[in-house]
Design a protein around this ligand. Structure first.
Ligand code: BES
Ligand code: ZN
Length: 466
């Protein structure tokens, strides 16, 4: 909730007008961190309209937007047309990646086992129709399989020690026709083989309970035959796109060389309409673009929506890789908006790859303090499109509500769970933080510190491959 100070401060800036505000700044110099909302903030805040953001989330979240699919491309075209309707020149930046379409059908039967089975495929499981004698192969490590002959057999393997891909390859090397991997923790097992490999044999996953029940039968001396069918899976090169709208400095004369990138990812995971993840950030990027079109700035601002984030930040890596050394050194900030509107999530936080403050968090803490009376906290976190920027030494932060909502990556991530109040609040904090840096220098005090990170920190998220 907003502090009452806001209303008073707004009223006083209204009275001052732009010239009066400069005088007020001169007096307030030195106590910048605690300044109330100012005339510059107001310029941005007054233009941001959460209804616009909501309407665009609604449009984008009609279907899932899985990278490389037609629905992602439709979203890309829509985003481009929205940017253009605000008057931006907009570039669609294509890139290819190796994608995977999950099977349309999979079956697993084990003759001699009476229980029900609910097999899952791995990402990159290959198609096939195989059957053979079932043999337990431990965790499928090279040591356990030394001297084993699995020719024509189906290997039953427990999760743990090595990656799913290694288990499948080790068993295949010993002649296995197929592989079943069961969980070593409660619940179903969904994992990835990491990448396509011609050497894979068909592989399915079972829960711990299912795997242990089958193993108990084998260990009691039963002989079991397993049949495994996987159909419709498709691995191959796919195309996704980033969408880039650029706002050049308003006047060449007083411009600086800096570039600020505001972005979000427009793709979603399969089966999820992705209203919050991340139509919310995409629609907020659009709204900030609309707002800034009418506001003079001395800094270049790029509004970018990325494709294929959910498949490993592929679009944002492509964007950063496509920058020249000169552009990288001129890019002073990346504001990454990912999951910024859920009614059911916690408060707004910022996450940086190294957990440290940087230009983005400092500008945003100052703006949130001016607007709401308290600074948005900073935590450590990767898992989104700010990572490639941070790795390139660019100050970057993820804006997200934490803890995240229960609908994350589910079919329930829909428009009805979106809060206009949360959208408005996050957009105001980010918009005023950007304007604090990007407005013309002669309009009042601006932070002058030049931030540059040296090291390229390691990726911090883990992929579930073991
Ligand atoms: N929006 C999420 C990132 C996220 C979720 C960050 C919850 C912090 C808390 C993002 O779209 C996502 O799902 N990322 C992947 C990792 C990515 C590298 C594929 C994830 O977190 O599983
Ligand atoms: Zn996301």
């Amino acid at each position: 909730m907003r502090k009452p100070i806001l209303k008073v401060a707004l009223a006083s800036t209204l009275v001052f007008g732009a010239v009066g505000a400069q005088a007020a700044f001169a007096q307030a110099a030195g106590v910048k961190q605690n300044q109330p909302v100012n005339v510059f903030d107001k310029k941005v805040v007054n233009k941001i309209n959460a209804d616009n953001i909501y309407t665009n989330i609604d449009y984008l979240s009609q279907t899932p937007r899985v990278a490389g699919t037609e629905s992602e491309y439709n979203a890309v075209q829509y985003i481009k047309s929205q940017f253009e309707s605000y008057g931006y020149e907009t570039e669609i930046q294509p890139f290819t990646f190796y994608g995977y379409t999950p099977p349309s059908n999979m079956e697993l039967t084990i003759d001699g086992y009476g229980g029900e089975l609910q097999p899952r495929s791995f990402t990159y499981s290959v198609n096939g129709d195989v059957s053979g004698e079932l043999e337990f192969a431990g965790q499928g490590t090279p040591e356990e399989l030394e001297g084993a002959d699995l020719t024509g057999k189906i290997a039953l393997i427990q999760r743990g020690s090595i990656s799913f891909a290694e288990k499948v390859l080790n068993a295949a090397e010993k002649g296995a026709a197929g592989v079943i991997i069961f969980n070593n923790a409660e619940g179903p097992l969904s994992g990835t083989l990491g990448a396509h490999n011609e050497e894979y044999v068909p592989a399915l996953a079972l829960s711990k309970a299912e795997g242990e029940a089958i193993l108990a039968l084998l260990e009691s001396g039963e002989s079991l035959t397993a049949s495994l069918t996987i159909e419709g899976a498709e691995a191959g090169e796919k195309i996704s796109h980033n969408v880039i709208a650029t706002k050049k400095p308003t006047s060449k004369k007083k411009a600086n060389d800096d570039i600020i990138v505001v972005g979000s990812h427009h793709d979603s995971v399969a089966g999820a309409p992705g209203a919050n993840d991340d139509a919310s950030g995409t629609a907020m990027t659009l709204e900030l673009a609309r707002v800034f079109k009418e506001i003079p700035t001395d800094t270049e601002i790029r509004f970018v929506t990325f494709g294929a984030e959910e498949l490993g930040l592929i679009g944002s890596y492509h964007y950063v890789d496509s920058l020249s050394d000169d552009e990288i050194s001129r890019t002073i900030a990346n504001f990454n908006l990912d999951m910024v509107g859920s009614r059911d999530a916690g408060d707004l936080v910022m996450m940086t790859l190294d957990g440290k403050e940087n230009l983005v968090t400092e500008l945003s803490q100052a703006s949130s303090e001016r607007l709401n009376g308290e600074p948005t906290p900073v935590y450590q976190g990767g898992r989104s499109d700010h990572v490639p920027f941070a790795e390139a030494g660019i100050p970057a932060a993820l804006f997200i509500h934490s803890p995240t909502e229960p609908w994350y990556h589910s079919p329930e991530d829909t428009i009805d769970k979106i809060s206009k109040e949360k959208l408005q609040d996050a957009a105001e904090i980010v918009g005023t933080a950007i304007y604090d840096k990007a407005r013309f220098d002669n309009m009042g005090p601006k932070p002058k510190k030049k931030h540059k990170m040296k090291a390229a920190p390691e990726m911090v998220y883990e992929q579930d491959v073991k």
